[in-house]
Design a protein around this ligand. Sequence first.
Ligand SMILES: C[S@@+](CC[C@H](N)C(=O)[O-])C[C@H]1O[C@@H](n2cnc3c(N)ncnc32)[C@H](O)[C@@H]1O
Length: 357
Amino acid sequence: MRDDTARATNHAAAREVTLLWALRSPCAFACPHCYFGTVDEHKEHPPEQAGALSHLSRTDLPATVITAFARTLPGSPVGRVVIAGGEPLDWPGTLGVISLIKDAGCQVVIATNGIPLTRPHVIERLVELGVDGVSVSLDSADPDLNDQMRPSRSGRFGHRDVLEGIGDLLKARAGYPAPKVGIYTVITRRRPQEITDMARVAADLGVDYYVPQPMSLPPGHALFTRMCHTPADIGNVAAQLDELYRDPRGLVLPDPSYAGRFIDAISTQDGGHVPECFGGARLAFVEPDGSVWDCPSDRRIAATPPDKRLTLRGADARTLFAARPACTDCALFSRDCVNMWPLVEDMPRLLSHRDPQ
Ligand SMILES: C[S@@+](CC[C@H](N)C(=O)[O-])C[C@H]1O[C@@H](n2cnc3c(N)ncnc32)[C@H](O)[C@@H]1O
């Protein structure tokens, strides 16, 4: 028996696996810091390394492969699916996939740029299907700054439409227990004040949860110096997180330990250590081409030997995730690790009831 098999645990009954499923690659936005890169740079230099993401979507799975896999979720260890991308709600097949995942008894959380929420049939279906959470991305309380960080490719959509979509969804779900609605904000080193400014916006809109998360870019990225935190930024970020947790304005936030994780993440260089990492044990990352990895960390993906690469093409979720490594110390820390905690550990809390104000 090989070492990793000896460590393997079989928790098929526990449904403790969260799938972060980047379902489709295309997106109407062209955020220059996006994990997917930008169409302009990829037209010139398509990425070739294993696990590289691209909005060009040349290898996205056919719908039949996706639905065949989703039909194998009942009775599998997967208990939660966080559907992201690319923009998942622009693809007409997504609502059908959500329906299959809900029928399988899994929690479903959608990460969206918010523009599809301005389409009435989309929000009606999200409510009807009993989607558990909708996390909307908005990166600044200032509309112009948000639209610089999150420019739409057509130039037609922006901050105002995202607020409208959130408002429409909140109205459509009135009287229903779900979906809970949240805002996710990427915090850059230049604007730590967005941590509390965006909490104010979120509370005024009446959303349920709020997650500020640190910008995560590989050190060679053109925006790394401008956007990623350095040790000199820790004081300002810590003060903002302190203020947020002292007065959450009725919003549900990740567990208070998240503030420490945020600070640790921006204080640690790549090469740090993640004790008791749940990547591969309780988290799996699925790419639009069907590749399945322990987590989205570039470093962990690069360290996965070719014979350990998995795909959900033709796979059955009941066997694909049946034998998994236990949580173990991981030496492949990347700043993105901190962004996984809210998906795995904090999600039950984020989807719980909002504190009365
Ligand atoms: C890649 S998007 C996909 C889902 C959807 N299209 C959206 O805009 O939310 C998922 C989340 O990742 C965040 N994100 C993208 N690139 C990031 C980066 N380099 N560091 C931190 N968060 C990032 C986005 O802001 C968004 O909240």
